[in-house]
Design a protein around this ligand. Structure first.
Ligand code: FAD
Length: 387
């Protein structure tokens, strides 16, 4: 079976690549195939926090995320030991939270409605590049394509086949879903239900990350999603078990970690040295790298898709598939600029792990933090060319 573009993985990065390609070059829709090993709606471990940049990219694809079950948080707190910076957006929510089974299913249906073929339940086993084709071996037969897109996430087979020896920067992440209320009926516990929290108190203990606590919904029922993210930037130091700071933070609000199921998954994060392509194969989403500071990857995955689509459509026009300039294109884009800024910030914020520095940063340097976040971390979605 022969296609122009074969996309491995039907998460946000693969679906975004297909949707943007269809938008730029509608005649290509029937020449694109997405192979997804699961069946939608499939489980994906993720807190589901969508930043405004994700919403902007979806809107520019003509998609209304309100169609997906979601909850919104009006306030986001960046705290150290319960006190810090509170972000509110004038006239709109600060964070929207979706569940990935519902969001990815919705996005896949949108792609199919625009003429893109998705084969579910097909696991890619091997990828072999030739000068004039790429061969993709799966558990259900072989496929050929002019171009292959590795959109198969942090542990993907595409990267393992193409760059088996590449260095890997991965964060460790744990997640838990709880009911809305713990056993603590204090005003503090009630107050927090409308807010999303990032708590940086684990940093002095050499956990280079934070504990999060978001509002969410599961099958329509209001819940909380908790988790802990560790970039591993302080992995050479002595660290407590990853779940210990999470358990401590949950206990402050009357939740006992031991009562809930803990799930874990790595996040591969962006570093400027990460390779992004070889002739005829390019990578998007977590397969290249998510945001190093927070592990935010949904908006980033949608952004990679927009850039990859442009690169692929131009390559097909020229009939030239070296993808030599793809990394240059990513790094030079608004997406690349935010990723590089976030990579630099992660190397400042986490290695400067002392308690006094974290307190200074989150409680006293608020105007500077907001300015940097506004200028370098957020607001990049509008500046990505999508047509
Ligand atoms: C615990 C946790 C919490 C997170 N919370 C947030 C958050 O709140 N906000 C945020 O923005 N980001 C968050 N992220 C990051 C976010 O989930 C990822 O960055 C995002 O999913 C990347 O999208 P992707 O399309 O690149 O990869 P994925 O979403 O991982 O999609 C890859 C797809 O490829 C398929 N696949 C894999 N291997 C194969 C194969 N061999 N053959 C065929 N198909 C294959 C998979 O089934 C999957 O559907 C979180 C991550 C974790 C682990």
């Amino acid at each position: 079976m022969d296609y122009d573009v074969l996309i491995i993985g039907g998460g946000p990065s693969g679906l975004s690549t297909a949707l943007h390609l269809q938008k730029i070059a509608p005649h290509l829709a029937s020449r694109i195939l997405i192979l997804e090993k699961e069946h939608y709606p499939r489980f994906k471990l993720c807190a589901g926090g969508l930043t405004l940049d994700a919403e902007i990219l979806l809107e520019r694809l003509g998609l209304d995320v309100n169609e997906v079950p979601n909850v919104t948080a009006d306030n986001i707190h960046f705290d150290f030991a319960g006190k810090g910076l509170n972000i509110r957006m004038r006239g709109q929510h600060a964070l929207r939270v979706i569940r990935r089974n519902e969001f990815d299913h919705w996005l896949a249906k949108k792609a199919e409605s625009r003429g893109i073929e998705i084969r579910e339940g097909v696991t890619v086993k091997n990828i072999i590049t030739h000068p004039d084709k790429v061969f993709v071996e799966t558990d259900q037969g072989a496929f050929e394509a002019q171009v292959v897109v590795g959109a198969d996430g942090s542990n993907g087979i595409t990267r393992r086949c193409i760059f088996p020896k590449a260095s890997i920067y991965t964060a460790r992440v744990l997640e838990i879903i709880t009911p809305l209320h713990g056993t603590l009926a204090s005003a503090e516990a009630k107050h927090k239900n409308e807010h999303a929290y990032f708590e940086f108190s684990p940093v002095p203990e050499n956990i280079a990350g934070y504990v999060w606590d978001f509002p969410t919904q599961v099958n329509g029922e209001a819940m909380r999603c908790w988790g802990i993210y560790d970039t591993n930037l302080l992995a050479s130091e002595k660290r407590p078990q990853l779940k210990t700071p999470l358990a401590e933070e949950m206990a402050r609000f009357g939740f006992d970690l031991n009562n809930y199921e803990i799930k874990g998954h790595p996040i591969r994060w962006f570093s400027p040295e990460n390779q992004m392509s070889v002739p005829r194969v390019l990578f998007v989403g977590d397969a290249v790298g998510a945001d190093p500071i927070f592990g935010e990857g949904i908006s980033i995955a949608l952004g990679y898709g927009a850039i990859a689509a442009r690169e692929i459509s131009e390559s097909l026009q020229r009939n030239e598939f070296s993808f030599r300039r793809y990394k240059h294109r990513v790094v030079g884009s608004a997406l690349g600029q935010t990723l590089i800024a976030r990579w630099i910030i992660a190397y400042i914020v986490y290695p400067l792990k002392w308690r006094w520095f974290q307190i200074l940063l989150w409680r006293f340097l608020k105007p500077i933090v907001i300015l940097i976040a506004w200028g370098f971390v957020l607001n990049w979605g509008r500046r990505i060319p999508t047509s």
